[in-house]
Design a protein around this ligand. Structure first.
Ligand code: SF4
Length: 150
């Protein structure tokens, strides 16, 4: 099964602060024959550099900590990620939690105060609306159960 995965979970240096941070439990899945990861970073696909100032969703926009409207870049990254999902036939994704792009259940609230609220990142939302099942890195058991069933 081909699975879209947030590149930063594999340790690729694409995070906003330019500091790699792999999730070892996700990396161990690279050894499995039944799972083929298709790595993406929606924010880089949208044209943003690494490192970059952090961004948060704020109502219908995505805004950087220094006040720049980054909505267009985030939407472009989401569209390109969906294009890749379709090209590779990915019907499931394993994405970084709480990211304004990749978060699947919770995101920061737009105040840059560390406050988490229910919500989705721009890419996770677009993927879900197009039929891709999205899991976060803390949901590995559910993810593996889902891949067994499908
Ligand atoms: S956009 Fe997604 S893949 Fe890229 S650094 Fe942020 S959480 Fe990771």
């Amino acid at each position: 099964m081909r699975v879209l995965v947030s590149m930063c979970l594999l340790g690729v240096n694409c995070r906003y602060n330019g500091v790699p941070k792999a999730e070892e439990a996700v990396r161990t899945l690279l050894e499995r024959d039944d799972i083929t990861f298709v790595p993406v970073c929606p924010e880089q696909l949208g044209g943003l550099p690494t490192p970059r100032t952090p961004s948060e969703r704020c109502e219908n926009k995505v805004v950087s900590k220094d006040g720049e409207d980054r909505t267009a870049a985030f939407c472009r990254g989401a569209e390109e990620t969906l294009r890749i999902a379709n090209l590779y036939g990915c019907e499931v994704a394993l994405l970084k939690e709480r990211s304004p792009s990749c978060g699947n259940k919770e995101i920061y609230d737009g105040s840059f105060s560390g406050t988490v609220v229910s919500g989705e990142g721009v890419t996770a939302e677009l993927l879900r609306k197009n039929g891709v099942k999205v899991f976060g890195e803390s949901e590995l058991d559910d993810f593996l159960e889902y891949t067994r069933r499908e």
